[in-house]
Design a binder for this molecule. Structure first.
Ligand code: ACO
Length: 322
């Protein structure tokens, strides 16, 4: 059994916050932000617009793109670090909005690596027969956990959501090699204080704000990313030459460029959305996938390499025959 991608979709809040507008609120400049991160703008959720609302719209877009009915979904894995509430899981709000009352829906938290962890979890459950069709969603409203007076972090993040529909397919013989081919997950809690939120239900009973040692994160990112990609290549025999598209977590253009360069991945294979979306954490990969599918770059049969790294630290890769 393989988990085959049937479709993907995404949603971005209407409001766009440009670097110029940010520069009128904190001591920064468009030039500094573009040079250090490649980010030009990000989307920000409206008052009353929650992570679940973004997730529902992305899920509906993914179902439409896949051409399948919501009732055929029996597993929803929603990756987020900005849930509507401490509980229940935001995934059940999505399930309810889609009118689904069977199967299972739950949230998963691995910060920026959330989509890779969610994809891996859904793929594993589908391959054991625990479900037949899954929605894997990454949805975030990081604008709600940013300290808007901290120029070192508030310029980096944005809100949004993306989703893919996966289906368990029994593949007779060598007929097709479509689907999730391999996934690799890693965590190392020694780094937990380099990127964290200084609040939570058990510790402070507040939501808290994102805190980051940017330089420390940067220092570890490229090595961790390339390690899990090498694992994906070793497991499948794929290489920088044989992949069609590289869809990395969109944190920072310099991290993406350095990783692609180290792995000898040609720049024209790299899907880049960080300029327009900022870092949307768990949502960034499915958002980028949607952009590249909708503009005709990613086509059925293409070999697509995903990777992410984020708070924890957590990091991971996935290789998919689309
Ligand atoms: N505008 C202007 N100046 C700024 C800003 C800003 N928005 N932010 C920081 N600065 C200043 C600092 O105060 C510092 O000034 P000083 O030298 O007078 O003290 C100077 O710029 C350099 O600061 P650094 O933090 O050393 O700058 P650096 O070149 O490392 O860039 C950045 C900072 C962009 C955060 C970088 O470290 C980075 O991208 N790190 C990776 C973090 C990341 O991507 N995290 C995302 C979450 S994890 C993930 O998704 C992978």
């Amino acid at each position: 059994i393989r988990s085959v991608v049937l479709g993907c979709g995404s949603y971005l809040p209407e409001r766009i916050l440009t670097n110029a507008e940010l520069a009128s609120k904190v001591d920064t400049s468009d030039e500094w932000i573009v040079q250090r991160t490649g980010i030009k703008q990000r989307h920000i959720a409206a008052d009353g617009e929650f992570t679940s609302h973004l997730a529902i719209k992305a899920a509906q877009a993914a179902l439409a793109n896949a051409g399948v009915d919501a009732q055929s979904i029996d597993l929803i894995v929603l990756a987020t670090s900005t849930p509507d509430n401490t509980f229940p899981a935001t995934a059940v709000a999505v399930q309810n909005a889609l009118g689904i009352t069977h199967g299972a829906a739950f949230d998963l938290q691995a910060v920026c690596s959330g989509f890779i962890f969610g994809l891996t979890t859904a793929d594993s459950l589908l391959r054991t027969g625990a479900g037949k069709r899954a929605l894997v969603i990454g949805a975030e409203t990081f604008s709600r956990i940013l300290d808007w007076t901290d120029r070192g972090t508030c310029v980096l993040f944005g809100d949004g959501a993306g989703a893919v529909v996966l289906e368990a397919q029994t593949q007779p013989g060598e007929a097709s090699d479509r689907g999730v081919l391999t996934t690799h997950l890693r965590s190392d809690g020694r780094h937990k204080e380099k990127l964290f939120v200084d609040g939570g239900p058990s510790s402070t009973q507040t939501v808290g704000y994102l805190r980051m040692e940017g330089r420390e994160v940067f220092k570890h990112a490229v090595g961790m990313i390339t390690d899990v990609i090498v694992d994906a290549f070793k497991a499948t025999g794929a290489s920088a030459e044989t992949i069609d598209w590289f869809v990395p977590h969109q944190a920072n253009k310099r991290i993406i460029d350095a990783s692609a360069h180290k792995l000898h991945i040609a720049p024209q294979k790299v899907v880049l959305t960080v300029d327009l979306h900022g870092n949307t954490s768990a949502a960034s990969i499915p958002l980028a996938l949607s952009v590249a599918v909708n503009d005709g770059r990613i086509k059925k049969g293409d070999l697509v390499l995903l990777e992410a790294m984020g708070g924890g630290f957590t990091w991971g890769s996935a290789l998919i025959r689309w």
